[in-house]
Design a protein around this ligand. Sequence first.
Ligand SMILES: [Zn+2]
Length: 395
Amino acid sequence: MKASQEFTVAPGDLLPGRWFDGRSSQARPVLVGLQPTPRGPSLLLHPLAPPGEAPTVLRHAQVGWPETWSAQRPPPRVVVDLREHGSLEVDAVSEWQAALAAAGARPGLAQHMQTRWSVLLAVLLAAAIGLLLFYRYGTPWAATQLTRWVPMGWETAMADQGLQEMDDGLLKPSKLAPERQAQLRARFDALAQQIPPALHRYTHYAPQWTLEFRAGMGANAFALPGGRVVMTDGLVQAAARQGLGDEALVGVLAHEIGHVVHRHTTRMVVEQGVLQMGLGLALGDVSGILSTGSALLTGLHYRRSHEREADCFALGLMRHAALPTAPMGTLLLAIARDEDEDDKKQEKDGARSAPPGKHGSPEAAHPIWSLLSSHPDTVERASALQQGQAPHCPQ
Ligand SMILES: [Zn+2]
């Protein structure tokens, strides 16, 4: 019965053990057997005293099986939790392990993780990669799909509220002559009417196109969900300063129309919801900090990809309308240059106490969907617009 050094243990071999059955304070000497069953080994306890007592059989699920251990560091004895039947101690630890294996026990993933750091690391890595893929691809994809079901009324309400807040804040009424506004509005309306079906992103999505003018924000333009596009006096003046024709401004409008057609703002809002929901499911309640952080990180990426999408849309629409995009590229570069000079001048003036908004952080100065939100990419974007094509645009 005694196992050799090689632990040649056959199923049914018995190991001596001590059973604390919870009823008597004394340990009862038993012989322990492990029997293979389809659901994993069952445990047999043959009491040595009193003689003739029937063996106790515990199904696999009735036993709190101890964790396996690494071969280098065996425990002094095996302690088996028998739940309502007390506990069992076996001194022959190697034999126990061998008998358990012979009875068909397979170490579970949790046990692997206890004994093998490499497995634990692999599992952690897989979980991290899974979460990362979820942020990076899962949420934008889900948001893009869910956006189909966002009703127009929801978008216009969001746009009204957003513009109202900005009007209460940094935006001022436009000082542009009404005739000039009408002129640009006519170009905008004409452009919006000739969007070819190939450039549509969401079928049956029919924005109510309106162009509005505001001041108080520097040279900029932005799109609100539902079809409202806002252009600043500063942008119109910047184009004039550069001696650029209205094609430059029309190009900017095409870009903003692209944001509306792709429903970028709506997608970002839906994304935040998906992200928070997904994280809530994955992490329970500890997700607050994480989701905020990840939303910021991923938000940056989406924004950049949204700008590229809007640029590609502008290239496509302007080509369709037989208009050049190069003037828009020139305008973009000129504005970026002006802003850099403004920033430098401000640093020199030590304008740290400047009122927030006007000269605050770029985030504060521009709404997230503004023309210059991807400032670091301006040169790359401008050169693509000047060439009339970009490698990242679908053909
Ligand atoms: Zn944009």
